[in-house]
Design a binder for this molecule. Structure first.
Ligand SMILES: CC(C)(COP(=O)(O)OP(=O)(O)OC[C@H]1O[C@@H](n2cnc3c(N)ncnc32)[C@H](O)[C@@H]1OP(=O)(O)O)[C@@H](O)C(=O)NCCC(=O)NCCS
Length: 170
């Protein structure tokens, strides 16, 4: 799978992405917006482990965001199970030096379209911490609908936060 877009390319992760992955992912501002599963500090060892795990999963829908030939971000689609097997959730991050150029809006739109076209999915959702208006804006621009505010849903960095639920359906 490779999606060549105007502002970036979406492609599978490769083992040789480790150095650039660690460099761009090692950012507290990114960590504050994502799950605690995402390491901080993000070391080269974390990058090697993530890449080995992801590549060995084979069918994993976890993709690299590449700009100018370098891995600078990630976008992952996580399929639901059981009665949620026609749904998926999405998560994403981008290296700070590339923020504000419309990269993630394009990436989220293209990956969502790709998943609806190629998998038996009827719904893709994403949850944004309520203190992250930039990510909420990305989802709105990518055609996601705001479905509601989940009160006190998240405990991040010692603070209880609401999260905002967005989804696109077919
Ligand atoms: C959130 C993130 C993915 C955005 O990526 P990006 O490529 O900069 O996003 P885009 O440039 O496509 O769009 C950003 C939009 O948010 C807007 N925005 C930025 N900061 C904002 C703020 N503080 N308040 C409101 N809107 C804001 C921008 O103006 C832009 O909207 P516009 O095109 O209408 O002007 C990126 O900042 C990031 O990786 N952050 C850390 C990790 C993260 O938040 N992941 C998502 C977890 S749900």
């Amino acid at each position: 799978m490779q999606l060549v877009l105007e502002r970036c390319t979406i492609r599978p992760w490769r083992l040789d992405d480790a150095e650039s992955l660690a460099r761009h992912a090692n950012n507290r501002k990114i960590w504050l917006a994502v799950r605690d599963l995402f390491p901080h500090p993000y070391t080269i060892q974390d990058a090697h482990e993530f890449l080995q795990r992801t590549i060995s999963e084979g069918l994993a829908m976890k993709f690299c965001i590449e700009i100018d030939g370098v891995a600078v971000g990630g976008i992952g689609v996580h399929p639901g199970e059981d009665v949620h097997r026609h749904t998926a959730t999405m998560g994403y991050w981008l290296g700070e030096e590339f923020w504000g150029r419309g990269v993630m809006t394009q990436a989220v739109t293209a990956v969502t379209d790709f998943c609806f076209e190629n998998f038996l999915l009827r719904r893709i959702s994403a949850e944004v911490f309520a203190n992250n208006p930039a990510s909420a804006r990305v989802l709105e621009k990518a055609g996601f609908t705001f479905e509601g505010c989940l009160k006190s849903d998240v405990l991040k960095d010692g603070k209880v936060l609401d999260s905002l639920l967005y989804a696109r359906t077919t």
